[in-house]
Every structure is written in C-alpha cells, then in structure tokens.
Design a protein around this ligand. Structure first.
Ligand code: G1P
Ligand code: ZN
Length: 560
C-alpha cells in the first residue's frame, strides 16, 4: 500500500524560539493543536530541501510525551521525503547516544526529545532539539532560521495513516507517494557502548571496579535519577565492568522521573550526596534526564566542582587510550566556568578557548581539530568523541584517573590544587523570577558596568577589597567561521582575576532564571571553604546588581 501525503493548514505560534539548548516549554504547550507539528515542519524546512532523501536519528530521555512526539515526527518526516529514520526502542536515546548515532550513520542530523534536566510529567517540561550532521546542537544561524520559519508557517505535511510500533526492534519499510521510506527501531544502548569500549580500557577498568586490582571491589554509587542513563549504566557498569547491582540506583527511565528533578547537582541529587556521606563509597556519580550532565563526588561526598573536574581530566587525559592514540590538541570552557583548565592548558602549552554558554559553541572548534576536551560549570564535561557533553563518559574518565593514580577523589583534587592553585567557584540560581524586573535588572547592570567610570572602582566586603578591571557584555567571535555571538552574559573582572558573571538562563520554560557566577583564584590558600572564601564577592555582586531589589528574592533557589 502506498501511503499518501496530506497538507494541513496551520497558524504560527508565538515563541517557538530555541534557547540555549532547543525549544523547551511545558508539555501542555507541545500538546496544543499543531504546536509540535509546526515546529517539526520548521526544522525540516530549515534544511531547504536537503533533508529529502537523507536520514535522521530520533530519540529522547523517556519523559512524558516522548513517544507521542516520536510518532508525530515519523509521520511528518515521511511526508517530507526523509528516506530513513533511526529511532531508539520506546523512543529512548540519551543525548550523547544520539550524537554518536548521527556520526556513525552519517545522518543528516537528529531530533532529540528532551528538556534535559528539567522535571518531566504531564504538568512539567518537554523539549525538542535539532542536532546537525556533526552530531552537535544546531548553531545559532540554524536555530534562528527555524524560529523565523515558525513565525510564518501556514501548512505542514503529514502521512496521517502511518502507524509505527516503537517497542519492536527492526526495520519497518513503507512506500510514501511511491517513494521508499523506512524506520529502523534500534537498540538504544549498543552503539554507545561500543564507542565507550573504543575510548576507555574496559579490561583494565573491570579489574579496578571488580576489585581484582585493589583487593576489594570499588564501592560505587551511580544514580541515574530515573532518567535515560539507566539502561546505559546497567550495561556498562554491571555487565561490562562487573559492578554489582547495589552500586547503581534509579536506573529505570520514568516518564516523570519518579518525581525527581533530574539535575545532578548538590540540591537535586541530595539523596546521592546523603548516601555517599553516610556510607562507605569510593565514588558517587549522577546524571541528568538525558544523560549529558554529570556530578562527581568522592568518599564522604567530597564535591568536585565541574570546573575542577574538567581541569583534572585535562591533566590526566593521556591515561585514556583514545587520547593516547589520537593526541590532544586544545581545551575549552564556557565563559562562566572557572578558569582552572586554563592553568593546565598553559602548563601543557595547549590552547584554551573561552566560548559562550551552551555546548553548541564547542562543535566548530572540534570539527576544525582545535579542541579535544571541554566543559561547562553546569555539570557538562565531554570530548571530541561526539559533539555533546557526556555524563557517563565523564564518570568513566574519572574511573580511569582513579585507576591510573591509585588515589581517591579528594586526594586527586588536593594534589591538583597544590600544583596549580585553586579556583573557588560558586553559582547562585534564582529560578522562576518574574521576567520583566529581571530584564530591567540586566539592562541597568549593563549600563552601570559599561560606564567608563566603573573601571578602577573599589568595592569592599568582609574585610576584602576588589578593584574593577574589565566589565562588559561578553561577545564571542568563532575562530573558525568568524560568526559573532553578542550579549552572552555580563561580567566584571577584578584586578586579582576574580570574576562576577551574571546572565539570564536560556533553558527555562517559564519566567526568568537569574544565574550569578562567582570565581576567585588562590595560589596558596587552597583548602578553605568555598562558601566562606566567596562570601565577600557575593555580597559585592548583590550590591552592584541590586538583585534583591529587582527580583524580590533574598536567597537563591539553588546554590552550586
Ligand atoms: C544551562 C547551562 C548551560 C548548558 C545548558 C544546557 O543553560 O547554564 O551551561 O549548556 O543549560 O544543558 P542556561 O539555562 O544557563 O541558559
Ligand atoms: Zn541534559
């Protein structure tokens, strides 16, 4: 039977503008008539016909509405001449797995169904993100094009009768208007596990994890927070590395993440932190809903800031076979991320790039061979093995470093600080604030800090005085294609290198989230408490920005 294509009239929806990482809204918004259909049609139209005859990878983090969205995508792709879709069984694919599959299958791109670390369920968030053929998030010029199309869309194409069983592995072949179209339902885990086996020395890690090297098994607490990483964790840590089932928790992907907020930080992964603090564990790790973020803690819940995690992996990178084989070119971090990795780069005589917030900015540098390892303070760490950050990869990298050094997490950190000095770092998030006052606050702050008289000013708090040296709204020129991204966050840099950074989140689904980042470097005083060390700068940041007055908040919702 040849299926037929139907054109359906539609009207544009406001606000289909992809943010830092795709389009994120409440599930209810995606359920509105034609809302999801419109956006998918605009993604396909942004290719200006190139998607016809090519293949796409589709999958998501298992949250509510993933399966429904996958079915819509199948019908719209069939109608728009896409020749093949690879879809994870049950519409499940982690974000790193999608990136890998796009690259391995030489697909045109991928459609990721996730709102990452935002809560899931019928009353929470959903998201759709488009990744390009390099496996990375679409760059600004593509997302801007998608948005522009969404403001003018008048119709979408669909094959209404096309049914797909997402639960059965295998190839489904169809004929659409006489043209072949196929959907392959794939094992979500297999390709990714192969990739990890190529990167890391699984034999050696197995000996380490199962205790053949140190006499007793390593005690791990890997927490998937009911997100997509569960099946990957089971395969890698249990089946491949010989950990026992009591080393992994929350490994069944749930549509509402079992009510958990699947964000691996000290606030939302509190259960992990408490358990590791009170138990006998060598390493704790948690991942977010779609598996690209990670948090690493050591014995007694010794917390590794993502900025430090990046620097340490950089320092030991060549203990990982993939990098030993391929060599290491440069490093990179997002602007708000503390500059710990810069110190490793300079010691190794390697370049270190500073890019705006969002993984998409790393892709060009990787494609040009300039970048091998990068990270963000927001619990993102990854390498050029794919074009997304990768939570499980980061955990395997830490296991490799622990195996290589024979040391625990805290000892590794302390040794690193003794060598390089320490970048104290904290981030305050003020979530779901009213939008208008936040916009006003940012505009006022930008005006204040860009007055020429702002430079050279002194601010004092808690017995410390800081003198302003540079202040701007961060702007980035991509060294590969020279594209310019402006207004990427307000930053104040002081004479001693300490920094205050403030920006509004681009991933929230309602209201505004203010992010305040504080970073301060100490060469010798490396064993202090971050909260105490940074208190004076925090007070100065609140004073300059007038955040309490504008937002009405006297405390952040999340402190990292
Ligand atoms: C946040 C993080 C950013 C990360 C993004 C996607 O974006 O700050 O580093 O790339 O999520 O995971 P934001 O909400 O700050 O725009
Ligand atoms: Zn994520």
């Amino acid at each position: 039977m040849s299926l037929v294509v139907k054109s359906v009239s539609t009207k544009p929806y406001d606000g289909q503008k992809p943010g830092t990482s795709g389009l994120r809204k409440k599930v209810k918004a995606f359920q509105a008539e034609n809302y999801t259909e419109n956006f998918i049609q605009c993604i396909l139209d942004s290719s200006e016909g190139a998607v016809a005859g090519s293949s796409l990878v589709v999958g998501g983090d298992g949250r509510f509405f993933c399966k429904k969205a996958a079915e819509i995508i199948v019908r719209i792709c069939a109608a728009n001449g896409v020749s093949k879709l690879y879809i994870g069984k049950d519409a499940i694919l982690s974000t790193p797995a999608v990136s890998s599959l796009i690259r391995h299958n030489k697909a045109y791109g991928g459609i990721l169904l996730t709102a990452s670390h935002n809560p899931g369920g019928p009353d929470n968030d959903f998201g759709i993100k488009f990744n390009c053929e390099n496996g990375g998030p679409a760059p600004d010029n593509v997302t801007n094009k998608i948005y522009k199309l969404s403001t003018k869309i008048v119709q979408y194409k669909i094959v209404e009768g096309l049914e797909i069983d997402l639960t059965k592995l295998g190839v489904n072949s169809y004929s659409v208007n006489g043209m072949p179209f196929s959907v392959e339902i794939i094992d979500p885990v297999a390709d990714y596990v192969c990739l990890m086996k190529e990167i890391f020395d699984f034999d050696c890690l197995k000996v380490f994890v199962s205790g053949k090297k140190i006499g007793s098994p390593l005690k791990l607490r890997i927490d998937s927070l009911n997100g997509v990483t569960g099946p990957y964790v089971n395969e890698i840590f249990l089946n491949c590395l010989g950990a026992t089932p009591d080393n992994v928790v929350h490994t069944t992907p749930l549509e509402d993440f079992g009510g958990l907020h699947p964000d691996p930080n000290l606030t939302y992964a509190a259960d992990l932190v408490e358990t590791v603090k009170n138990g006998d564990y060598d390493l704790g790790a948690a991942f977010d809903g779609d598996g690209d973020r990670n948090m690493i803690i050591g014995r007694n819940s010794f917390f590794v800031t993502p900025s430090d995690s990046l620097a340490i992996i950089a320092h030991y990178l060549e203990c990982i076979p993939y990098f030993k084989r391929n060599g290491v070119t440069g490093f990179a971090r997002s602007m708000p991320t503390a500059a710990a990795v810069d110190l490793v780069a300079s010691k190794q005589n390697k370049e270190c790039f500073e890019v705006p917030t969002g993984w998409k900015y790393f892709g060009n540098l990787m494609d040009a061979g300039l970048l091998c390892l990068c990270g963000e303070e927001s619990f993102g760490t990854g390498s050029n093995h794919i074009r997304e950050k990768d939570g499980i990869w980061a955990c395997l990298a830490w296991l490799s470093v622990m195996e290589h050094t024979g040391k625990g997490v805290e000892e590794i950190l302390k040794q690193h600080w003794a060598t390089y000095g320490r970048n104290y770092f904290t981030r305050y998030d003020y979530e779901e604030c009213p939008l208008e006052p936040c916009n006003e606050m940012m505009a006022t702050l930008e005006k204040t800090i860009t007055e020429p008289s702002f430079i050279g000013k002194e601010y004092s708090s808690g017995g410390k005085t800081y003198k302003t040296k540079i202040a701007d709204n961060f702007s980035y020129t991509d060294p590969v294609d020279q594209s310019v991204s402006t207004k990427q966050g307000l930053r104040i840099v002081f004479e001693d290198g300490s920094r205050i950074v403030m920006r509004l989140s681009g991933t929230g689904s309602s209201g505004a989230t203010v992010r305040l980042y504080i970073d301060s470097y100490e060469k010798d005083n490396v064993l202090g408490f971050a909260s105490q060390m940074l208190e004076p700068l925090i007070q100065i940041a609140l004073e300059i920005s007038q955040l309490p007055q504008f937002t009405g908040r006297d405390a952040p919702t999340v402190i990292t």
